[in-house]
Design a protein around this ligand. Structure first.
Ligand code: HEM
Length: 274
């Protein structure tokens, strides 16, 4: 016998039927605290935007562009984003749908929505690991910590008054990158364990994987809201780089001046080469 649990192939699911407590299956404390965390993060971002507004760029008459991301770097980023959005949405439906969607769509309607969410989650979940394995080597080199990160943190990222110098990625982006690596891998491993329970994990191990998966997922969605805010309406000109591959020189000078200096001195050196 492979496993103490019974696998059901009906209703598109290869997940094993376990005897997890209803508390664990509905996300338990992770679901409850996660809801509060997501609400608090959305409120904080809205308050910050209302007080600070978008980070504007200084006026410049001549528009000069600087190359920031290769097409491959952008394709991998958007592939991971697509999966993350799909998995977050289907995961949140599974975690909170009963409370919010069942009253709106009725028992049968919600059953259809939650089966679709489960199918999408199980189908696209393993691809997220592939996305991470493609993304990590592309961005790791410029996300290694250095001394400029401490100065950036001490200047609160320049979000309030002072200017904060940074290389290609600032300390905030580096923290996001390492959270993506660690939380993304924890999510993928625990998710695969939940998908393939038939391998024969102990009941307590599956329960632990459930708790880790729920808690890390909600935490990552909460942090991702901050990343999305700063990459879009929170900071003028940032999204252009990930959409088109290049950014305005004045954007680079404001947010990543040390990186711009490196690029320009490399260009000067190349021009001086005989
Ligand atoms: C709608 C959602 C998202 C938008 C609009 C977005 C946008 C962006 C933009 C504009 C940048 C470039 C920032 C810069 O030039 O300094 C960026 C970088 C990055 N994003 Fe996203 N992003 C989204 C979601 C995600 C998700 C879900 C992940 C991972 C799970 C992710 C991982 C990254 C990474 C690793 C970088 C490189 C910066 C670094 O290494 O710190 N993004 N994103």
């Amino acid at each position: 016998m492979l496993s103490p649990v019974l696998i059901t192939f009906s209703s598109h699911s290869i997940r094993a039927e376990t005897t997890l407590s209803p508390e664990i299956q509905s996300g338990g404390a992770a679901g409850l605290w996660g809801g509060w965390l997501l609400g608090a993060v959305i409120l904080m971002i809205a308050t910050f935007y209302a007080i600070r507004g978008p980070i504007a760029l200084p006026k410049e008459t001549k528009k000069q562009m600087v190359q920031r991301f290769s097409p491959y770097q952008r394709i991998v980023h958007w592939f991971v984003v697509f999966l993350f959005l799909l998995l977050s949405l289907s995961g949140l439906i599974l975690l909170y749908g009963e409370a919010f969607l069942q009253p709106l769509f009725g028992v049968d309607g919600y059953a259809a929505i939650s089966s679709a969410a489960t199918a999408a989650h199980e189908l696209f979940g393993p691809l997220f690991l592939l996305g991470l394995l493609l993304l990590i080597p592309l961005y790791i080199r410029d996300n290694l910590p250095d001394k400029a990160d401490l100065n950036w943190l001490a200047a609160a990222g320049g979000y309030f008054r002072t200017h904060a110098s940074a290389h290609r990625f600032n300390a905030g982006e580096k923290i996001w990158f390492w959270l993506v690596c660690l939380c993304g891998l924890a999510l993928s491993i625990s998710g695969l364990m939940l998908l393939f329970t038939s391998i024969g994990f102990q009941q307590s191990t599956i329960e632990l994987a459930h708790v880790v998966h729920g808690a890390v997922a909600v935490f990552m969605v909460a942090v991702a809201l901050g990343h999305v805010y700063l990459a879009t309406i929170g900071s003028e000109g940032t999204l252009h780089g990930m959409l088109h591959g290049n950014v305005e020189r004045r954007w680079a000078a404001k947010h990543h001046d040390l990186w711009l200096q490196e690029l320009e001195s490399e260009a000067t050196d190349a021009e001086e080469q005989p």
